[in-house]
Design a protein. Structure first.
Length: 364
């Protein structure tokens, strides 16, 4: 057995309250939106202005109310417990700044989308035929610009300082046919002790990012294995594939909004109902995305094994992440299917070891 009973229980102790808090957060959000959508409370909050002014300000009002009502849950889950577990490096002020940033970004995006919905519905009865392709374009554009517009709001990025390691990682990228100019490092340590690596963007904005905590916690061979995994996502076009799936989801949401709102989409008072529809649909959409993402993770793991020929490094990287991130090694199945974009570490290691046997490799 790779992991001790203590590691398994530690993951459960950390994550089970988080799952319950996330459920409570979701239920509270649904309740607030339902209250605004189906009672006079929503109308009382809406200023008696012209339709376009209402459509501009109402999403911000609704999101502000949602944020304030749910703030005690997120404060306990994302600040108090993270500090208690020794995973957060933030002060309360810094955490509140992040909350404010997240609200500002959400409010801007919601205002653009919901104002556009109301405006299109007032312009033509055939608004879904216009909204669907516009939603698709928005998803693609957002995926493209997020690395250079959205991500820097929350983190600073710089090229890897260790030139020897940078040359080693670039050499690996060239050997596997996915050359990169820079491996960027995010200053995650100013917020957390957790580790991560990811790819984002496509075309001119595609990037591979390592947390600075990852560099502190892993050996060079393990970092090489992690990079090979991330390069696999680029080689296999996983970001573009995810974007295409999100495009389909966005079009589906437009159809759903049309079915629920109909001609009412032209009324700014229906904005809470539109947001409620999206919130209720999100778990279903995300469950589908998560299932596809898990398959991509298995493929990327296998690619990393073939590229590095180093099962021991992959095992070391994954077991290190279990401790650094307090991973849940045995999550409840319903939670797993609804929100896990990665297989559990146990599942990934089992698959890697089987692949290593197939290729005649042994752990170092």
């Amino acid at each position: 057995m790779t992991f001790s009973r203590e590691q398994i229980e530690r993951g459960r102790s950390y994550h089970r309250p988080r799952y319950l808090s996330e459920l409570a957060d979701f239920v509270l959000g649904v309740a607030v939106l339902a209250l605004l959508a189906f009672t006079g409370v929503g109308d009382a909050l809406l200023p008696d202005w012209s339709w376009w002014a209402q459509a501009l300000v109402y999403p911000v009002i609704v999101l502000a109310l949602l944020t304030l009502v749910r703030l005690p849950i997120s404060y306990w889950r994302d600040y108090v417990r993270e500090r208690r577990w020794g995973l957060s490096t933030q002060s309360l002020g810094s955490w509140l700044v992040d909350v404010a940033k997240a609200f500002a970004v959400s409010a801007l995006l919601a205002t653009i989308l919901l104002f556009g919905l109301v405006a299109l519905a007032r312009w033509t009865d055939a608004w879904p035929l216009v909204a669907a392709p516009l939603a698709a374009v928005f998803v693609v554009f957002f995926t493209f610009v997020a690395p250079v517009v959205l991500e820097p709001i929350f983190n600073k990025f710089k090229p890897l300082d260790d030139q020897e390691l940078a040359d080693d990682l670039r050499g690996l990228s060239e050997r596997v046919g996915v050359p990169v100019r820079d491996v960027l490092v995010a200053d995650a340590s100013r917020r957390t002790t957790k580790s991560n690596a990811y790819v984002s963007g496509f075309g001119a904005t595609r990037r591979v990012v390592l947390y600075d905590t990852l560099l502190q916690q892993m050996k060079p061979a393990e970092l090489r294995a992690v990079l090979a995994h991330e390069l696999a996502h680029r080689k296999h076009g996983d970001v573009a594939r995810l974007s295409a799936i999100l495009v389909a989801a966005a079009v589906g949401l437009v159809v759903l909004l049309w079915a629920v709102l109909g001609d009412g989409a032209s009324d700014p008072r229906k904005i809470p109902l539109a947001m409620l529809v999206v919130m209720l649909a999100t778990p279903v959409v995300f469950a589908g995305l998560a299932a596809i993402a898990r398959r991509a993770e298995y493929r990327a793991d296998r690619f990393a094994l073939t590229a590095t020929r180093d099962l021991g490094a992959l095992e070391g990287a994954f077991t290190g992440l279990v401790d650094a991130n307090v991973a849940d090694l045995d999550p409840p199945r319903v939670v797993y299917y609804l929100k896990y974009t990665h297989p559990t570490v146990v599942e990934r290691l089992d698959a890697l070891r089987q692949a290593a046997r197939d290729e005649g490799l042994e752990a170092a």
